[in-house]
Design a protein around this ligand. Structure first.
Ligand code: ADP
Ligand code: MG
Length: 294
């Protein structure tokens, strides 16, 4: 391959809003057949908000928000920040938290107002703390997940007391971006730590049928490795700190420009505007550049 053509390709990439780390990256893009897309912050905006709080009798909405929000305020997770914000908006300054512990990709626990509190994935509360959702909360969970929303369970003193529903928004251009990838003969795969039902609902909205859900942050790179072991050449698109190892493991790592610095550093190419349609542009550009060379 002539270096000149690759450099021209890199320059053309800049015009398309693609920041390419080195000209040689355009060559490695050529064989990609699978594009793994992170859900939160990549397919969706990642700007979460609380849409609903469902409680058991005897627990008020504000009490649930205040206790869960106090705990979540100590976490930087976008879901946690949305809950803390809703709690502050509804009830004012939040109580202090003692013995806080974060369970990466799962939830948080600690002591608020003398209560032992757990907030997070319903399956985590069930498996690790033996707290199951009563029928009315479980129905709220199922309804939320069917709509592509995330149900967060809140328990204190050993009892599940609320489901807090958090919604994210699919980016306006995500469906078109997925169609563009398909048009290039690529297989899109949605990868997320979120639950299967939520992931499927979001995938259906943008036209993806292959979903790998409930993957812990530490296991995302392993999923990419497994796809590679099946003979697939994998591009990964992600934005978060937890996507960085998977971006590095992929044959081609694409970072969302509005995402974290860690993800940008771990990737080969950055989609500057955060518009997912640029992922297809990158692959189209690489193919065109290499055709020029031959
Ligand atoms: P993603 O892969 O979509 O970026 P994560 O791996 O960060 O998601 O989190 C996976 C899931 O774990 C979330 O969808 C949520 O259900 C749960 N979770 C993680 N952290 C928290 C938290 N601080 N509070 C509530 N739920 C959480
Ligand atoms: Mg993400």
């Amino acid at each position: 391959a002539t270096p000149t053509a690759l450099l021209v390709g890199t320059g053309r990439g800049a015009q398309l809003g693609l920041l390419i780390k080195g000209p040689e990256i355009l060559e490695s893009t050529r064989k990609v057949d699978t594009v793994v897309l992170d859900k939160t912050g990549t397919i969706t905006t990642g700007q979460m908000s609380v849409t609903d709080v469902v409680t058991i009798p005897g627990t008020s909405r504000d009490e649930a928000l205040r206790i869960a929000g106090a705990l979540e305020d100590a976490s930087e997770h976008p879901i946690a920040q949305a809950i803390a914000r809703a709690a502050r908006d509804a009830t004012g300054p939040l109580p202090a938290v003692e013995s806080f512990a974060n369970r990466e990709g799962l939830g948080v626990e600690g002591v608020v107002d003398g209560h032992g509190v757990q907030v997070g994935r319903p399956a985590l509360l069930r498996d690790d703390w033996g707290v199951t959702l009563p029928a009315e909360l479980d129905a709220a969970r199922r309804a939320a997940e069917a709509q592509g929303r995330t149900a967060v369970a809140a328990a204190w003193d050993g009892e599940a007391r609320a489901v807090i529903v958090v919604a994210d928004t699919v980016k306006a251009t995500s469906a078109e971006a997925v169609a563009g990838l398909r048009g290039l003969g690529l297989r899109p795969v949605l990868l997320t730590g979120d639950n299967e039902a939520t992931a499927r609902a979001v995938a259906a909205e943008v036209g993806i049928d292959e979903v790998i859900a409930e993957v812990l942050p530490a296991d995302k790179a392993g999923v990419v490795r497994r796809l590679q072991a099946e003979g697939r050449v994998v591009a990964m698109v992600g934005d978060g700190i937890n996507d960085a190892p998977a971006l590095a493991q992929a044959d081609l790592g694409l970072a969302i420009g509005t995402g974290t610095d860690v993800a940008i550093e771990a990737s080969d190419l950055t989609l500057v505007s955060g518009d997912l349609r640029a992922a297809a542009d990158a692959i189209r550009l690489s193919r065109a550049t290499l055709r020029t060379i031959k």
